[in-house]
Design a protein around this ligand. Sequence first.
Ligand SMILES: Cc1cc2nc3c(=O)[nH]c(=O)nc-3n(C[C@H](O)[C@H](O)[C@H](O)COP(=O)(O)OP(=O)(O)OC[C@H]3O[C@@H](n4cnc5c(N)ncnc54)[C@H](O)[C@@H]3O)c2cc1C
Length: 338
Amino acid sequence: MSSDLVVVGAGIVGASVAYHAARAGTAVTLVDAGRPGGGVTADSFAWIGASGVRTGPAAELRATATREYRRLEAELPGLPVTWSGSLSWGTTDDPPEAGPGQEIVDATRVATLEPALREPPEWAVWAPGDGAVDPVGVTERLVEGARAHGARVRPDTPVTALRRDAAGRAAGVETAAGFLPGATVVLAAGAATAALCGPLGLRVPVGPSPATLFRFRAPAGLVRTVVNNRDFDLRQVAADRLIAAADSPERTLAAVRSTFRGAADVELLGARVAARPMPADGEPIVGPAAEVPGLYLAVTHAAVTLAAAVGRLVASELVDGTVEPLLTGCRLDRRRRH
Ligand SMILES: Cc1cc2nc3c(=O)[nH]c(=O)nc-3n(C[C@H](O)[C@H](O)[C@H](O)COP(=O)(O)OP(=O)(O)OC[C@H]3O[C@@H](n4cnc5c(N)ncnc54)[C@H](O)[C@@H]3O)c2cc1C
C-alpha cells in the first residue's frame, strides 16, 4: 500500500511529524529501525528550554516551543509534560540581562523556588514558563495519536536506502522488510540522516555529538525546578529519581551532594552516552531537499524543545503546501543563500 508520506525515524521529531500529518488527513507510514523513542530521545534530559534565545535563525521558532507543547497537551490528554520552570545560575559571572520569558531573581526568591539549596546564589535566571517532558512517553503518545489518525507504524524495520523514480523524485524507501512506497519521504533519522542522504549525492551537515545522561536515586522533593549551573542540568523525574546532563559521574555526584541539603545519600544508578544529532552550525535543518524532489529533512539539535512546533509546521508545509515563515531560516541551503 502506498502512503502520501513515509517518515523515517520514530524519535520525538519523526513521531511528531507523523502525528501532525496524520491528523491533517495524510496517509502516513512511520518506520524505525528499532522502537519508537529508542534513539537519542530515550537518553535526553528533555528540558523544554524555550526561554532566553534572542538570535539565530531558529530564535522565533524556539519562542513558540512552550505554546506548541501546551497545544499538544490539549490535543493529546495525558501527554507527560511538567511545567516546573527553570532556574539557571553561575554560567556567567554577572547576572545577564533577562531574555524573553526570563526574570533575574535574588537569593531569597531562589531559596523559595529551591528550598533544599545549601547556599542559594546571589542571583539566578528564573524562566517560569519552561518545562520538561518524559521524552519516550511523549514519543509513544505521538505515535499512538498518529495511529489513531490512521498512520501505519513499522518498528524494527531499518531503512536501507531511499528509492527514486526515473525522473529522480523520491518514490519511497527500501527496508530490510521490503519496499515502502510514498509520494514524499521525510528523513527524521537524527544523527543517521547524513548517511541515508550520502548515496543520493546529498550532503547534510549533521553529525553525532555525544552527551551523557546520569540517573540518581534521591530523596523525594529534593529538586523542584529544572536547575542549570556550571556543574549540571538537573531535575527530579520521580519521587526517588533525579536525572542530570553533565560530564563526569564523580564530579556530578559530588556537586549534587554539596549543592543540596539532605543529598548525602544520593546514589548514582547509571550513565548513558547518546549521540545527539548536531547540525554543523547548531541550527535546525528542516525543509525540502531541493536536489531530490519529494525528499524533506527534519533534523535538529534541542529537538525535544522544538518537536511540538516542528511537527506541526512540517505537516503544514507538506499537507497544505504552505511555506512556514518560522522554518525559512532552517533550510538546508541556508549557507548558499547567505
Ligand atoms: C544527555 C542529553 C541531554 C539532552 N538534553 C536536551 C534537552 O534538555 N532539551 C532538548 O531539547 N534536547 C536535549 N537533548 C537533545 C535531544 O534529545 C535530541 O535533539 C532529540 O532526542 C533528537 O530526536 P530525533 O527524533 O531527531 O532523534 P532520535 O531520537 O535519535 O530518533 C531518530 C530515529 O531514527 C531511527 N533511525 C535511524 N536510522 C534509521 C534507519 N536507517 N532506518 C530506520 N530508522 C532509523 C532511530 O532508530 C531513531 O529512533 C539531549 C540529548 C542528550 C543525549
